[in-house]
Design a binder for this molecule. Structure first.
Ligand SMILES: *[C@@H]1O[C@H](CO)[C@@H](O)[C@H](O)[C@H]1NC(C)=O
Length: 287
């Protein structure tokens, strides 16, 4: 009987862990209030390296923001999408972080977005200038297809840098393993969002891309080639995230209700945990 109970508990635990893992968003979606926004009119060629927003590296729309130093975090939030809500219009917009905003004014605030005019217009009139009292939370980007990678212009057999783009979530780490070697070397992320690989050799190598959620995507690249782009064979999972878009990221959200966003992943995890505890209690009583 004891063995049977242990067995059942083990099954329950495994089941609980696997379900809760697949339903946990890879980043925090807590609602932040007290944010502000301004707008700027030259959003192409931002600091995150995506160049022309409508080009092959860009998000394919103009719903973007430049982040102040706190949010930009040396490039770590490049490619992160945010759902921003406004009390001026009672509307929300989803934008992708594609640029940094270094000026000494509003951008120095902890939560400030310098928006494209297209994104700003959803949240308030340009005549207002600075929108205050905005709320936001992070959302996955609704990109099409798989994560992509490009080698920087000026790359050669001995030096390159990688841009990771078209990802639903931000990147935690990029590592390289030269073919024939056994270990991966992690690369450092530059503030312009390229991952610098200073120790290349002629020939092929593997790249390992780790998401902020700890998932890995691998790709083998035959050789270093300046500005060569590859699409990997997969995309990062965003199960459990609120506001997962189905199409390309960016655009106008449904009217904001003003209430805080739901957290179904937490709720279902709690339910599962309660069920699990009850099962154990029941089994212990039976015993
Ligand atoms: C936004 O919603 C609030 C609360 O429901 C309401 O008082 C306000 O008039 C609305 N503003 C607009 C511009 O619709």
């Amino acid at each position: 009987m004891k063995t049977f109970v242990s067995f059942v508990i083990l099954i329950c635990l495994t089941c609980f862990l696997s379900i809760s893992k697949s339903e946990t968003c890879p980043f925090s979606q807590s609602l932040v209030s007290g944010a502000s926004a301004t707008y700027y009119t030259d959003p192409n060629a931002g600091n995150c390296g995506y160049e022309n927003l409508m080009g092959p590296l860009g998000p394919g729309n103009l719903f973007i923001a430049a982040l102040g130093p706190n949010l930009y975090n040396n490039g770590k939030n490049c490619g992160q999408c945010f759902n921003i809500s406004s009390p001026y219009t009672n509307r929300s917009v989803v934008i992708m972080a594609t640029d940094s905003c270094p000026d000494s004014g509003y951008c120095q605030r902890s939560s400030h977005f310098d928006l494209s005019t297209q994104a700003f217009d959803v949240l308030g009139a340009q005549s207002i200038g600075v929108l205050e009292g905005l709320t936001y939370y992070k959302v996955p980007c609704g990109v099409n297809g798989n994560v992509k990678i490009m080698m920087k212009d000026g790359s050669n057999d001995y030096w390159t840098a990688f841009l990771i783009y078209n990802s639903r979530v931000t990147i935690k780490e990029v590592s390289v393993k030269i073919t024939g070697k056994t270990t991966y070397t992690s690369l450092s992320q530059s503030s312009y969002n390229y991952w610098i690989s200073p120790n290349m050799v002629p020939g092929s190598f593997d790249v390992r891309i780790e998401s902020v959620g700890g998932e890995f995507i691998y790709i083998t690249i035959p050789k270093v080639e300046s500005r060569k782009q590859y699409e990997t064979s997969s995309q990062f999972s965003v199960d459990g995230c609120v506001g997962t878009p189905s199409g390309p990221s960016g655009g106008i959200g449904s009217p904001s209700t003003g209430s805080s966003i739901g957290t179904p992943s937490d709720a279902s995890s709690l339910t599962l945990y309660a069920l699990f505890s009850l099962t154990i209690l029941f089994l212990v009583m039976l015993n």
